[in-house]
Design a protein around this ligand. Structure first.
Ligand SMILES: Nc1ncnc2c1ncn2[C@@H]1O[C@H](COP(=O)(O)OP(=O)(O)OP(=O)(O)O)[C@@H](O)[C@H]1O
Length: 259
């Protein structure tokens, strides 16, 4: 094995998210009950789970929007719980969150939707640099020709792509995709899945892909983990997960492939 190849493998083993013994309740509702979870550098993991099992709560805890009751959440070497507001802002710049509804600003055109987070976070960039970054990001998602378009004129798939470009423009090390293919037709789903893989390869990001869509999980991620009753199944290869004899895993699989 060459030295370069070995180095690559060492880097891949570096954890970017390490969660241990995480608990979170809202009043009497126990949502997370001892979650352990690891994401390695350069890896994509799909997170599956029935509606209301706590996938979004987990993501919010990872970016410090919710405080856990107990447990350790380490993101890019930082204990999220121990960070002050300024440190949290700095960490959030390194973790991109692509929202379920692609929340674009409807009063801004596509170019402005992308330049806004860039100029807010990198105030020293010149106008030309901003333009280059925005056009690069739009090209990466195949929508350079939509720069002047208003969001209302975009299709659902295009909105998702622009949402992903807007997150990637800040060059995050970790991407959190929240149901990237929900509400899309099968052809557009395939395009978004391909885009997620392309982004992983191009930017060397790690990602958590929250999804109910098994094709999305299988094509975008090296591992899948399922949240059941407040904790994860061990993250597995796609095929291995569905070999596990657990009624919720079976019903999830059967539902996806008979609907
Ligand atoms: N801020 C909050 N206050 C009270 N309860 C909350 C809060 N946030 C989430 N919950 C509850 O926690 C549970 C898990 O919610 P969460 O949004 O994480 O589910 P989910 O797995 O992401 O679901 P879906 O697949 O439908 O998006 C739900 O019962 C929800 O009502």
């Amino acid at each position: 094995m060459t030295e370069d190849r070995k180095l690559d493998q060492d880097v891949m083993r570096e954890p970017v998210i390490e969660i241990k013994g995480l608990y979170k309740s809202f009043g009497d509702l126990e949502v997370l009950k001892g979650v352990d979870f690891n994401l390695q550098k350069g890896q994509n993991i799909a997170v599956l789970g029935k509606s209301g099992t706590g996938k979004s709560v987990l993501i919010k805890i990872i970016v410090g929007l919710l405080k856990p009751d107990r447990g350790s959440v380490n993101v890019l070497g930082k204990e999220v719980n121990q960070l002050n507001a300024k440190e949290l802002d700095a960490l959030r710049l390194r973790v991109g969150f692509s929202f379920q509804n692609s929340a674009l600003y409807d009063s801004m055109n596509v170019f402005q939707n992308l330049s806004f987070p860039l100029t807010m976070n990198f105030k020293k960039l010149s106008k030309a640099e901003v333009k280059d970054e925005v056009m690069d990001a739009l090209e990466a998602v195949g929508l350079a020709d939509k720069a002047k378009q208003m969001p209302a004129g975009l299709s659902g798939g295009q909105r998702k792509r622009i949402g992903i470009a807007r997150t990637l423009i800040l060059k995050p090390e970790i991407m959190l995709y929240d149901e990237p293919t929900s509400g899309l037709d099968p052809v557009t789903c395939t395009e978004i899945n391909e885009l997620i893989v392309e982004m992983q390869e191009r930017y060397h990001t790690s990602a958590i892909v929250i999804t109910h869509d098994l094709t999305c999980a299988k094509t975008t991620s090296q591992k899948v983990a399922m949240l059941i009753d407040g904790s994860f199944t061990k993250s597995e290869n796609f095929e291995d997960l569905f070999d596990i004899e657990h009624p919720q895993i079976k019903s999830f699989y059967n539902y996806n492939f008979t609907k």
